[in-house]
Design a protein around this ligand. Structure first.
Ligand SMILES: [Zn+2]
Ligand SMILES: [Zn+2]
Length: 296
């Protein structure tokens, strides 16, 4: 019962964070779109379209988190947390698409059409203001993501930082073309696109690791082993394995206990192990313990 409530509470915090960043992205998209058109900055207009993509990504995550925080049901006995990894994979694909769009728009405008437009100074100010807002969004989301140990929120946070980098690139590109180097805008655009591709691949990798039941870090498994071995009545630790699904970790342990003890005593040992492990590692939502008899 306690586990279900915790998962739901976490889900609510997620939804608040995602809603907040979603509203900020809507604001930034409008700001960049309007300012980009008025200032005649193709980079800022392109970034407005990119932020439109961000809004779609955040909406997808928000929708999925409602499902991920759902308690276990008849069809999904282990809960729905893995939906988070599927969504991370979708966001990764979306980033790849955005990178493709950025590259094709840049090549089309600078090489195919050979356009050399000098943007208004307003584009410079707007990119600076948007960059500061995006960096603030990154710090806020990373803080929340680390607290909740959520890959989806951390993925979202790094996306905000990428956005801040993009805006920094636009600032330099716009500034450069205003100083008489129109090629700078073009080069900055390509560098940004490559950065987005790298980030998308990194996200895709982390979501795949979650989908194929990656174990907790070795250091953590060692720490858990020593907690179990420290419990009174535990003679041997035969096997310990674990897997992470989103914000939760599940463990299975095979413990050797004195063959002569009663079922009641064995049960008490198992319960004590669970209490000690969960006290030390709150993210472990379930620990299945099998008792093996050890003869004396
Ligand atoms: Zn279900
Ligand atoms: Zn973005």
């Amino acid at each position: 019962m306690v586990k279900t409530m915790d998962t739901q509470e976490r889900g609510k915090i997620y939804q608040r964070v995602v809603l907040l960043t979603l509203s900020a992205n809507v604001f930034l998209t409008l700001l960049k779109g309007i300012a980009g058109f008025k200032a005649g900055s193709s980079a800022l207009v392109a970034d407005a379209f990119h932020s439109g993509g961000d809004i779609v990504a955040s909406s997808v995550i928000l929708l999925g988190l409602c499902l991920a925080s759902k308690p276990p049901d008849k069809c999904h006995h282990y809960g729905h947390e893995k939906i988070e990894f599927v969504l991370t994979a979708l966001v990764s694909l979306l980033l790849l698409y955005i990178a493709y769009e950025l590259i094709s728009v840049t090549i089309n405008e600078k090489i195919m059409l050979n356009v050399t437009r000098v943007p208004d100074v307003m584009a410079l100010w707007v990119s600076a203001v948007c960059m500061i807002i995006k960096e603030a969004m990154f710090r806020f989301t990373v803080y929340r993501g680390q607290k909740l140990n959520s890959t989806a929120l951390l993925a979202d946070a790094w996306h905000h930082r990428t956005d801040a980098f993009i805006l920094g690139g636009i600032f330099i590109g716009v500034g450069g073309s205003r100083l008489g180097y129109p090629l700078m805008d073009y080069l900055v655009g390509l560098v940004i696109a490559v950065l987005i591709i790298i980030m998308a691949l990194r996200l895709g990798k982390s979501s795949l690791q979650g989908l194929i039941d990656t174990a907790p870090e070795q250091e953590k498994m060692k720490a858990i082993s020593s907690v179990i071995q420290g419990v009174r009545g535990v003679e041997e630790l035969h096997k310990l394995r674990g897997r992470s699904t989103g914000i939760c970790t599940y463990l299975e342990a095979k413990i050797g206990v004195d063959a002569g003890i009663s079922v009641q005593e064995g049960h008490e040992i198992a319960r004590e192990i669970k209490t000690c492990v969960q006290r030390a590692f709150p993210e472990i939502v379930d620990l299945t313990i099998h008792l093996n008899p050890v003869g004396k």
